[in-house]
Each structure stands twice: as C-alpha cells, then as structure tokens.
Ligand binder design. Structure first.
Ligand code: PLP
Length: 350
C-alpha cells in the first residue's frame, strides 16, 4: 500500500507498468527534425479526437495555452478570460511576459462567460486607448470552479458572439475528457466551438508528461515555430507520446471512477461537522472544501494548514492551503484510498 493517499492533484499519477511498456516499445526519431513516428501518431490522434486539422505535442498545459495566445494575438492585443481561469492566475504572468498581451477577466460563479457581458466588453473599435480584443478563452472543466463542466448552450452563445465579431476562441481543455465523460458529450462537439484547444495528457489521463494544442494547420505550424523558440522542441519525444497514446486508448472511460470517488469524498465531507463543501460543483474529479466559519480552526489564519498537516500525519495529502482546501481524485487513488481519506477527515475534525 502507498504510504500516502495523494489527493493534491491529478498531476501526481505515475505511469502504470503497461504504459511504461508502451513507452519502451515506441518507435522513436528526432521530433525537431519531424522524424518521430510516435509523436506523429499522437498528434494525428488528438487532432482527430478534437476534429481539428492539426495538433502539436508540447511539454505542458501551460505551454499549450501560452502558444495559443501567442499564435492568435499580437503584442498590445487582449483576450477576454474568466476571472478564475488557469491562464490568468496560474501561468506565471506568461501572457504579458511572453506575448505582450493583456487578459481581461470577466467573472461568473460557474466558470462560463455571459454572452451579453462578453459582447459588451469586446474592444473592436479604432479607439487607440483600447487593447483590441482578438480572443476569448474558456476552461472546461473549470479547475478553480470545482471541476465544473461548462454549460454547452452557454458556450454556444459565447461562440456565436465571437463568430459574429470575428474574434477567435481558445479552450483550455486540460481536463476536456473529464467533461466528455461527465457530460456524455463528445470532446469533438465541445472543441467545435473553438479555434484552438489544449488537452493535457498528464492529469487524469495518467501520462507522465505532455499536452497537445490542436487547431487549424496554419496556427499549429506557427505554434511549432514558437515552441522551438521557447525551448519546447523535444527530440525523441515519442517516448512521451507513447504514454499519451496509451492513456487515450486505456484511461478515458475510467475517468468515471475518479468522478464517482470525488463525489463519495464530497458527500462524506458534507457530513463532517466543521467542514463545508458546495456539492453542486462536484461534477468531475475535483473537490474544493473549507473550514466552516464557526469552527475554531477557521478563526486561526493557519487553520487550513493545520488541517492539511494533520491529514498528512494520517497519510492523506491535500492541497490548497492557505486559501481553501482541494482534493483531486485520479488513477492512483482507489476505493480504499478514498475510504482512508474520509476516515482521516472525520478523525482530524473530531
Ligand atoms: C485548467 C488547467 N489548465 C492548464 C494547466 C497547466 O498544466 P501544466 O501543469 O501541465 O502546465 C492546469 C494545471 O493544473 C490546469 O488545471
């Protein structure tokens, strides 16, 4: 048994034996020379999965998103984003630092964008005061909104505004396959509303490294140039692509197990005195929860860290302190692990 039930993120998974075997067996070449057949196979597979002309393997979800900004915006232009999105809050200021663009956040409780608010906030005139809006970014599932699946009609309405005004759309689909499994709506249908889509192989899918950016062939060709510029050209990357191919063949349907376990955990948390959780948000593999305001630990500025430490002492790792608490289910957490986590939570809050 693992010494820890590690619920900090779905990025902590380790490749399975079968995935490692697929990596060992992969035919390889120098991908910067365009010679790696396994990378080609992965890029073709993801492009097909998402209904796009082309795709490019990159080291991380962050690089996939940053390339999407870079190929669709020029310095001084802007993208409208959700206030809680990864691109704005968790990519080290990359939009400004790497592409010289600004991000204008609009907020909502569920991670979507109100089409009326988007339309009202587009800067498309010639007023030199304004950064011109050239891109709208959405995230599905939405990490900071608790792994929620975005409303499909809501996205259609935003896409319609974007098309009407000639503004491009990018989807941070780090966990798009979680959205597919939870909603029953194919990734390709979600992706059809967007020009570019990023997809992570190294989260719930369980590959050790890698994300893919998919979109029109000309934008992907541009992204290939910028990937090299940023130091993301990888040589015998087929060893990683093989893990991604394996994950897409074997680890998609099983995401439903992660969702069931996250729900089980959230329902248990809802029963623990002193903890709060918004159950309606728990639709996939992410559970945000917090100390109830009337609990003594909530009055301690380090209360969340204390809870986190007490759980770690009982072999359960969670993330989020000092702001709020987060548990994420994934390939390396089974039913026993969830039961251990529930028991540890009950014990530390007693
Ligand atoms: C929604 C979302 N987008 C992008 C990323 C970035 O992925 P990476 O850590 O591979 O850069 C993450 C990482 O957790 C994420 O949650």
């Amino acid at each position: 048994m693992d010494p820890f039930v590690d619920l900090r993120s779905d990025t902590v998974t380790r490749p399975t034996r079968a995935m490692k075997q697929a990596m060992m067996d992969a035919p390889l070449g120098d991908d910067v020379f365009g010679d790696d057949p396994t990378v080609h196979a992965l890029e073709r597979k993801v492009a097909q999965l998402l209904g796009k002309e082309a795709a490019i393997l990159v080291p991380s979800g962050t690089m996939a998103n940053q390339l999407a900004l870079r190929v669709q915006l020029r310095p001084g232009e802007e993208a409208i984003v959700h206030a809680g999105c990864h691109i704005l809050n968790n990519e080290g200021g990359g939009a400004a630092a790497l592409s010289g663009v600004t991000l204008r956040p609009l907020d909502s409780a569920d991670g979507g964008l109100d089409p009326g608010a988007v339309e009202a906030n587009l800067h498309l005139d010639d007023d030199p005061h304004h950064a011109q809006t050239r891109l709208i970014c959405l995230e599905n599932t939405h990490n900071a909104c608790g792994g929620q699946v975005l409303s499909f009609p809501g996205l259609q309405a935003v896409a319609e505004v974007a098309r009407r005004h000639g503004v491009a759309m990018h989807l941070d689909g780090a966990r798009l396959l979680n959205a597919q499994v939870a909603s029953g709506r194919a990734a390709q249908q979600w992706a059809a509303l967007f020009d570019t889509v990023s997809l992570c192989l190294s989260k719930g899918l369980g590959a050790p490294v890698g994300s893919v950016l998919a979109g029109p062939a000309d934008l992907v060709a541009k992204a290939r140039r910028h990937r090299k510029q940023l130091g993301g050209g990888m040589r015998q990357a087929g060893i990683l692509a093989a893990a991604g191919l394996y994950a897409l063949d074997h680890h998609v349907e099983r995401l439903a197990d992660d969702h069931r376990r996250a729900r089980q955990l959230a329902e248990a948390i809802a029963q623990v005195p002193g903890l709060t959780v918004e159950l309606w948000r728990v639709q996939t593999n992410i559970v945000y929860f917090d100390l109830a305001p009337d609990h003594p630990l909530a009055r301690d500025p380090r209360g969340r860290e204390t809870l986190q430490r007490r759980l770690a002492e009982r072999g359960v790792r969670i993330a989020g302190a000092p702001y709020r608490l987060r548990a994420v289910t994934h390939l390396d957490v089974d039913d026993t692990g969830i039961e251990r986590a529930c028991a540890a939570l009950r014990e530390v809050m007693r």
